[in-house]
Design a binder for this molecule. Structure first.
Ligand code: FES
Length: 109
């Protein structure tokens, strides 16, 4: 079992250093929820289907991420507060390559 260390800044601007497992098929949105870093009901609304953008986050580190799917790209093209470094947390699976990832949660829409 391999865990990775990631930094997540919540919507209040507080940065949390969290440890995420890479062998539980978790995505970033689920990690945020499991550590309760966003209020229940404000993240992961579509259940991780790339259909709500409630899990939008900004990537701060230069971590190499998997390419966006067409669904993720389409959702982000319609979402609010989108920046060039926006991604949907639910589309980012926890893998050992993401060690050191740093993200900021986008504001609630
Ligand atoms: S949880 Fe809905 S787009 Fe990620």
């Amino acid at each position: 079992m391999e865990d990775i260390n990631i930094k997540i800044t919540d919507r209040d601007g507080v940065t949390h250093e969290v440890v995420a497992p890479t062998d539980m098929a978790m995505n970033l949105m689920e990690v945020v929820r499991s550590y309760e870093l966003a209020e229940e009901g404000t993240i992961g609304i579509c259940g991780g289907m790339a259909m709500c953008a409630s899990c939008q986050c900004y990537i701060l580190s230069d971590t190499e991420l998997p390419d966006m799917s067409d669904d993720e790209e389409a959702m982000l093209s319609e979402a609010f507060n989108v920046k060039p470094n926006s991604r949907l947390g639910c589309q980012i699976q926890m893998t050992p390559e993401l060690e050191g990832l740093e993200v900021v949660l986008a504001p609630e829409e």
